[in-house]
Design a protein around this ligand. Structure first.
Ligand code: NAP
Length: 304
């Protein structure tokens, strides 16, 4: 037997999820990390190389490029990016292509960043394209008998830096309102987690393969109402942040692409999909709650 550590291929390694996974694997040191990007010259890819990753060029849209990336791999972390594609069928095709190839190559474990097929779960009542496609890929991985673990990530805390960023009211003198694109959750708690905390979760799963193969795991660090998120923001930012009230019906009329999809996502969140705080903490004992995450990320809000 060779002494080389098993190779883990990390998709999305230059992005939020894959970046967190690649860095956690590198810092753990048990695996050889093969980081996938379409552009090995970009800064994030060079940084991963500096940290010890093998950076490989491949494109989920070009199956022939994936053969090389996956050659000799023991495990894969797969995330697909709906938002770049804006197209459910293409996202499904990307996920299925990697799954089929992994099966063919005998990859021992695939950790897939999935989500629920909301359309199927609700009998077509709610369509959430950026969830539904991932759910279809999850089913496909199971169907072809791939040893896979499917993770369902909660809304990133990092969304508060941009999408849910507190907006000034009354020219900034009247305090702040939570989010330009508000959070239509009324008083129902919404799961959240820092995407930075995903990496250690995946390391634990990869190191304990037999325990987690075949499992679907909903991840969450904390579950707060919009009012509670606003209270934490007020306290930590030392600003008055109020939770804006908006219904999914008002939300879906907002003039930005994907508003309908996101309104339906919040309708789905209102049904409290399974996100397991205890399992998440077991997989990553250092996972941060919202207040602690925010206290470490105040620099992102320095201009408020
Ligand atoms: P991100 O930070 O925008 O990074 C996207 C990554 O995908 C980049 O590393 C990019 O690599 C890679 N990529 C995109 N197209 C590719 C292609 N054709 N071939 C190879 N690599 C490709 O995205 P992220 O936040 O990590 O993940 C996005 C996914 O997270 C979305 O599908 C979203 O639905 C899901 N999600 C988001 C949240 C949330 O709260 N935001 C919660 C749960 C799930 P290069 O550009 O270097 O090639």
């Amino acid at each position: 037997m060779s002494g080389r550590p098993p190779a883990v291929v990390v998709f999305g390694a230059t992005g939020a999820q894959g970046g967190s996974v690649a860095k956690a694997l590198l810092s753990d040191g048990s695996f050889h990390v093969r980081a996938v990007t379409r552009n090995p010259r970009k800064r994030a890819a060079r940084e991963l190389a500096r940290l010890g990753a093998e950076v490989v060029k491949a494109d989920l849209e070009r199956p022939e490029s994936l053969r090389v990336a996956l050659g000799g791999a023991s495990a894969i972390f797969l995330v697909t990016d709906y938002w770049e594609l804006g197209d459910k069928e293409r996202e499904v095709a990307q996920g299925k292509t990697v799954g089929d190839l992994a099966k063919k190559l005998g990859v021992r474990h695939v950790v897939f960043s999935g989500l629920e097929d909301v359309s199927r779960l609700t009998g077509g009542r709610l369509q959430v394209s950026h969830f539904d496609g991932k759910g279809e890929v999850e089913r496909h991985l199971r169907h072809i008998g791939l040893p896979a673990t499917c993770l369902r990530m909660a809304s990133y805390f990092e969304n508060f830096i941009e999408h849910f960023r507190p907006q000034p009211e009354g020219g900034g003198r009247g305090g702040y309102r939570l989010g330009e694109c508000e959070i239509p959750m009324a008083d129902i708690p919404m799961d959240g987690m820092s995407v930075e905390d995903l990496g250690p979760v995946v390391v634990t799963i990869l190191k304990n393969r037999s325990e987690y193969v075949g499992k679907d795991i909903g991840l969450s660090a904390e579950r707060l109402t919009v009012q509670q998120y606003a209270e934490v923001l007020s306290r930590q930012l030392n600003r008055s942040v109020r939770a804006a009230e908006i219904s999914p019906e008002e939300y879906e009329k907002l003039a930005f692409p994907g508003a309908q999809d996101l309104a339906n996502m919040f309708r789905f969140y209102r049904t409290r999909p399974e996100r397991d705080l205890n399992v998440t903490r077991r997989l990553n004992p250092a996972v941060l709650g919202f207040e602690e995450w925010l206290s470490r990320n105040l620099h992102h809000f320095a201009d408020l």
